[in-house]
Design a protein around this ligand. Structure first.
Ligand code: TDX
Length: 292
């Protein structure tokens, strides 16, 4: 944020005037849309804002790209657009050919956005690319998501709520590896293409929680089984062969190193997440977990 070529502007991607003003001021040549409502549980509670930000917001960003002649629009998407895979079938992975088959209002809104991006490519020849990534983790991860929530709760000696039996599997990728993949795609990837980004790093939720307890020296008795998420996807697993073959991308951070770096970051930046969990988040947490 200290770089001279960096500017932070806080605005809503659904605010067309604000977005157009910014494009006029900055004349960007590449736009990467990371902006999204991203938490599945919140989308189950209230889908509306997900449709607004993730679909309408994406269309406004692309309209701005068309109007101001942007050379590349990149959409940051998710492996959740493919739905889920069965547990215990390690031979099955998501590829770019896997049909879209969503489960939650969140993933449906992201899939709708992806289809809109492909429509802008075909209809208006907007030079687009899409990446679909597996679960990220790392610094600044909002403490509503599994890993930061469990770190924060464990540090406060609160219970660690695991949904169902904790056997659901996610494919974890360190956030910097995801950013490196996007950087490669926008500079060297093909226009009109979809790239799957994943780390071949599948773990069950309960394994993650036990690991966090171990790293923090907290007892596993903090882990509490709570009722399952509605429509809970069983397993995500990405086949990243295409991005490896075409662009030479491979994840560089092992899960052991990444989780240690992440835990260390949460230990050193307690004020960042404590401020979050004392605000609006507090009533969210009570709504989400008190009846479980
Ligand atoms: O309290 C919890 N207990 C629990 O067991 C929470 C918050 C989650 N879980 C489980 C649900 C999932 O199986 O942990 C797993 C991971 O949950 P999340 O962190 O909510 O992530 P997930 O639902 O897998 O979605 C994430 O990855 C794909 C991101 O939130 C999405 O934005 C991304 O597209």
């Amino acid at each position: 944020m200290d770089s001279p070529n960096f500017r932070f502007v806080k605005a809503d991607i659904c605010d067309r005037d604000a977005v157009y003003r910014l494009f006029e001021e900055e004349c960007p040549d590449i736009v990467v849309n990371f902006a999204a409502e991203s938490h599945v549980d919140r989308s189950i509670e209230d889908p509306g804002i997900f449709l607004q930000t993730n679909i309408i917001g994406t269309s406004i960003m692309m309209d701005a790209c068309r109007k101001y002649g942007v050379h590349r629009y990149h959409q940051v998407s998710t492996d959740e657009v493919y739905g889920d895979l069965p547990l215990g079938r390690l031979d099955l992975l998501f590829t770019k050919e896997t049909p879209i088959h969503t489960s939650s209002p969140y993933s449906s809104s992201k899939a709708a956005a992806d289809l809109l991006v492909l429509a802008y490519y075909r209809t208006y020849k907007l030079p687009i690319s899409i990446s679909r990534c597996s679960n990220n983790y790392g610094p600044y991860h909002f403490p509503e998501k599994l890993i930061p929530l469990m770190i924060a709760n464990a540090l406060n000696d609160r219970s660690l709520p695991v949904y169902g039996e904790g056997k659901n599997v996610r494919d974890w990728l360190y956030v910097e590896d995801h950013c490196k993949a996007i950087d490669l795609i926008i500079h060297k990837g093909q226009v009109g293409e979809i790239y799957n980004v994943g780390g071949h790093n599948e773990m069950t939720n309960i394994e993650i929680m036990k690991l966090i307890c171990k790293e923090l020296g907290k007892p596993e008795s903090l882990i509490t089984f709570v009722p399952d998420r509605k429509g809970h996807d069983l397993r995500y697993a990405i086949d990243p062969t295409k991005i490896y073959n075409e662009l030479g991308w491979l994840p560089e951070t092992s899960f052991n190193d990444g989780i240690r770096k992440t835990i260390d970051w949460y230990l050193k930046n307690r004020s960042w997440w404590e401020e979050i969990i004392s605000g609006e988040y507090k009533s969210y947490y009570e709504r989400m977990y008190s009846n479980r």
